[in-house]
Design a protein around this ligand. Structure first.
Ligand code: HEM
Length: 152
């Protein structure tokens, strides 16, 4: 892969660093909204993690797009990335929409965090996010993308 400070290598490392933020923060945000049915004071923590996790999803999407540019000339590797890429777009759009919805509701003095439609959508969101992360991991372990590895 050449020098450590190559654009391709840095983007690869950047995506590997950023993508952990949405995965960790958004799963905990969703979990807190369910626990908040019994402990309502956790709602504001769920909201904070939703905002931070959505910013993380945007950072992961941008860094992923930059990381994938190195493979533009290889149709086989590009097709391996396709589902990961499109599920990442869907995940980021869904969480951005949930953040906007919750922000509007908070400005009006209520919090949609306990709304059944919100809870159903955030559950859907973490499932799609989980599959996105799983397929991202497969790009490394099954296709060896961005890896100088040893397998025994
Ligand atoms: C919500 C957004 C995203 C998440 C959560 C995510 C998650 C992941 C994960 C967990 C990995 C395994 C690598 C590791 O653990 O270090 C990965 C790898 C990868 N992802 Fe994403 N990803 C996202 C968006 C994207 C997008 C939009 C693209 C564009 C094609 C992309 C391209 C890649 C590539 C090329 C790899 C393998 C090499 C590397 O790590 O740079 N990702 N992703």
């Amino acid at each position: 892969m050449g020098d450590f400070f190559d654009f391709e290598n840095l983007m690869n490392h950047l995506h590997g660093a950023f993508n952990h933020f949405p995965i960790a923060l958004l799963f905990v945000s969703a979990g807190l909204d369910f626990v908040a049915r019994k402990r309502p004071n956790l709602r504001s923590s769920a909201w904070l993690l939703l905002v931070l996790g959505t910013l993380g999803a945007i950072a992961a999407t941008v860094s992923g797009l930059l990381a994938h540019l190195a493979y533009e000339d290889d149709p086989y590797l590009l097709s391996a990335m396709e589902v990961h890429q499109y599920l990442a777009f869907a995940t980021t759009t869904l969480f951005a929409a949930l953040t906007a919805w919750r922000w509007r509701s908070l400005r009006r003095g209520s919090d949609v965090g306990g709304n059944p439609v919100y809870l159903a959508l955030i559950l859907l969101g973490v499932v799609v996010l989980g599959v996105t992360g799983f397929l991202g991991g497969n790009l490394l372990s099954e296709y060896g993308i961005g890896v100088k590895g040893v397998t025994r």
